[in-house]
Design a protein around this ligand. Structure first.
Ligand SMILES: [Mg+2]
Length: 127
């Protein structure tokens, strides 16, 4: 079950689109952070089930935030959401432990698929 989602993105519009596209958003607690540093702090505070992580952000980028979150909780489920899906970017975030990468802006279907994958990953962690 995904009960809480942390959305880390410096663009308020991107965060809004993400929230709007989340299915069954009823009952899911959404936490927002506007850069990587805030994202890591809010991760620590709220221990969300799932984190959506932008890559290009001021103060601290998503690569750094992803690796810090994975250091806090190696089983953290993090989905990277980025417009830049070059192979080397995909490889780097995979190496850092991201579950998968979504191309921004994500479609409802892509988000639904990501949620499904996240639920499977969480079920594995918790079994
Ligand atoms: Mg950005």
């Amino acid at each position: 079950m995904v009960k809480s989602i942390l959305i880390v993105d410096d663009s308020p519009v991107a965060r809004m689109i993400m929230k709007k596209c989340l299915p069954e958003s009823l009952g899911i607690t959404i936490i927002e952070a506007k850069n990587g540093q805030e994202g890591v702090e809010k991760y620590q505070q709220h221990q969300p089930d799932l984190t959506f992580m932008d890559l290009t952000m001021p103060v601290m980028d998503g690569f750094t935030a992803l690796s810090l979150i994975k250091a806090i909780n190696p089983q953290a489920v993090v989905v990277v959401a980025t417009a830049d899906i070059q192979e080397k970017v995909l490889q780097r975030v995979e190496d850092l432990g991201a579950l998968l990468t979504l191309k921004k802006p994500p479609s409802k279907q892509a988000l639904a698929d990501a949620l499904k994958r996240a639920k499977e990953a969480l079920a594995q962690v918790r079994s």
